[in-house]
Design a protein around this ligand. Structure first.
Ligand code: FE
Length: 275
């Protein structure tokens, strides 16, 4: 088992976009090779109307609710409600038009990660997985609770279906407690600290609330693990996934492999083929 190291640390700086929307970039868009299979991640604070009906194609959105209640509706009759601690795993695939709206009078604080789809799956059927926190498997260790939303942790495996293998866990650690998360050595991954502070990886790099800790792969075909120790009570989310290693052309809400496919996405959207 190879011990992972933290290769990079940065701090998320939220900016006020409008009176009802504040956003921080956890993963800046454009670094598609480095973050593969992840495209970007935003931390949002928003009210009703910010994410009104809009399309997606060629990717998945993974939305984790930190605070508030989020309602979602789509053009195919899908609808649902997410509470704090819940995650929605939406596969846009060939195309979806949806809106993501906080409950009336509520400000939602959330993370949204975009996961790429490989060329062979970009036009797959749209699929929702509403992953309610209390229904997801929980790994318990001394001073540690690991909620498994996708992939596995210490032999505890989530039933979540993946097109691209992704591990997503939410970890809560008591001060002084240590936990290790196992990951295939080929995965790119990162930790985003939601509360508290701690040390991370083989070299015990310091990290605290609002910081992102990047974990580079250790190597194809080997197992790895990242160790995490809480200084103050620590809460974080960890995402890691298998790189796709394909060309990425992203334009607005569409993520394809070529410019031609982006043009087709716009043409299909305009001619009602997303309905
Ligand atoms: Fe969306």
């Amino acid at each position: 088992m190879k011990s992972r190291e933290i290769s990079k640390v940065w701090t998320v700086m939220p900016q006020q976009e409008s009176a009802i929307h504040k956003v921080g970039m956890v993963l800046e868009p454009g670094n598609f090779q480095e973050y593969d299979p992840f495209l970007f991640m935003a931390e949002d604070w928003f009210q009703r109307g910010v994410f009104d009906f809009h399309p997606h194609r060629g990717m998945e959105t993974v939305t984790y609710i930190i605070e508030g209640i989020l309602e979602h509706t789509d053009n195919k009759g899908g609808a649902g409600k997410l509470n704090a601690g819940d995650t929605q795993w939406m596969t846009a695939g060939r195309g979806i038009i949806h809106k993501e709206d906080p409950a009336e009078g509520v400000t939602v604080h959330s993370l949204q990660l975009w996961v790429n789809l490989p060329a062979s799956h970009k036009m797959t059927d749209t699929r929702y997985q509403d992953l309610q926190s209390e229904k997801m498997p929980l790994r318990q260790e001394e001073g540690a609770q690991i909620r498994v939303f996708s992939g596995s942790s210490g032999g505890v495996t989530a039933p979540t279906r993946n097109h691209v293998p992704v591990t997503m866990v939410e970890i809560t650690l008591e001060p002084g407690a240590t936990v290790t998360q196992d990951l295939p050595g080929s995965y790119n991954g990162f930790i985003y600290v939601l509360e508290g502070s701690g040390t991370f990886g083989a070299k015990q790099v310091e990290g605290k609330k609002t910081q992102v800790l990047w974990m580079s792969p250790t190597g194809e075909g080997e197992e790895s693990e990242i160790s995490i120790t809480a200084r103050e009570k620590l809460k974080l989310v960890l995402f890691a996934g298998q790189p796709i290693k394909e060309n990425v052309v992203a334009y607005g809400p569409f993520v394809m492999n070529t410019e031609q496919e982006i043009r087709e996405a716009y043409a299909d959207f305009r001619s009602g083929k997303f309905n």
